[in-house]
Design a protein around this ligand. Structure first.
Ligand SMILES: NC(=O)c1ccc[n+]([C@@H]2O[C@H](COP(=O)([O-])OP(=O)(O)OC[C@H]3O[C@@H](n4cnc5c(N)ncnc54)[C@H](OP(=O)(O)O)[C@@H]3O)[C@@H](O)[C@H]2O)c1
Length: 274
């Protein structure tokens, strides 16, 4: 039985553990390190997993170590785990946003198989989208294992270049906020035309959900679906022409570039961390 240890028992760890248990992974194969006693009790009660205050104890005999702490906590964690990792050489899976593999190697040891992932918040409801990148020490079996773990909370895609994880951050990591911003803007527009906020939000949110499901479930190209909704000279065409006049694609491209650039800057800020 593969033994999994989570370092950090927060939101992402909880969703991964919940998802893994649903796929039939035994609770007895999972341990979690979490500093807060109350959170440890909750994790134990809800999932039946073993919880520890001490990172070394949780990582004790793990085949896979999932780093689920905030990026800024990573330097504090690596000092505690270095010896355990050198002894056991588990597969390391980091879900920390913007922490590069070379930084993880520098902190945790150069000979380790490491998978770096970028999930997003819908993972919390099992509808996540995760980009993954493996260093060259990750075996085919470990790759499958990492994928199985992240598949438990949604869709996964492997990337050939680590730098593309900054693009993943911009495209799926941050984009739930873009969609929320769009719904907010639709709500404001409807409110200014006299509709109640409650009704406007419900309609816009449901349209967002429906469009997303049509896109993912039909397998159709988004441009095909868009054209199907757009009758010549109709209301949708009027709105899309207004978007185009305001250079919608360029607005989006600039926003994606800004998020990608920021991802790189945030990782670079950890370069000086010993
Ligand atoms: N949430 C997302 O949608 C999302 C998306 C992509 C990537 N990520 C990444 O996933 C990671 C976890 O995010 P999250 O949202 O799950 O954060 P979170 O809810 O804050 O979980 C982090 C957990 O780590 C615990 N912790 C703090 N210091 C620790 C230490 N020294 N040793 C062990 N555990 C420690 C925290 O305990 P306390 O509460 O006591 O501090 C907390 O329970 C982050 O690196 C984030 O960048 C998250």
């Amino acid at each position: 039985m593969t033994r999994l240890a989570f370092i950090g028992g927060g939101n992402m760890a909880r969703s991964l553990i919940g998802g893994l248990l649903k796929t039939g992974v035994a609770a007895s194969s999972i341990s979690v390190a979490e500093p807060r006693a109350e959170a440890r009790q909750e994790l134990g009660r809800e999932f039946g997993v073993a919880c520890y205050a001490d990172n070394r104890q949780a990582a004790g005999d793990a085949d896979v170590l999932i780093l689920a702490v905030k990026p800024q906590i990573m330097p504090a964690v690596h000092g505690e785990l270095k010896d355990v990792l050198a002894r056991q050489r588990p597969l390391l899976i980091s879900i920390a946003a913007g922490v590069r593999i070379d930084q993880l190697e520098r902190w945790f040891g150069h000979a380790l198989p490491i998978v770096r992932c970028m999930p997003n918040t819908p993972a919390l409801i099992g509808a996540g989208a995760t980009g993954l990148f493996a260093n060259r020490r990750v075996s085919a079996e470990q790759r499958a294992l990492a994928q199985h773990i992240l598949d438990a909370v949604g869709l996964t895609r492997w990337l050939d270049e680590e730098s593309l994880l900054d693009t993943v951050t911009a495209i799926s990591g941050s984009s739930p906020a873009y969609f929320f911003a769009l719904v907010e803007a639709l709500e404001d527009a409807a409110f200014s035309q006299g509709m109640s906020r409650d009704t406007a939000r419900a309609l816009a949110a449901q349209a967002c959900l429906g469009a997303g499901r049509m896109l993912t479930e039909s397998g159709e190209d988004p441009s095909v679906l868009r054209k199907r909704v757009t009758s010549p000279n109709g209301t949708t065409q009027a709105a899309l022409e207004s978007f185009a006049a305001d250079h919608f694609n360029q607005v989006v491209a600039r926003a994606v570039a800004a998020a990608t650039r920021r991802g790189g800057e945030m990782a670079a800020a950890l370069d000086d961390t010993p």
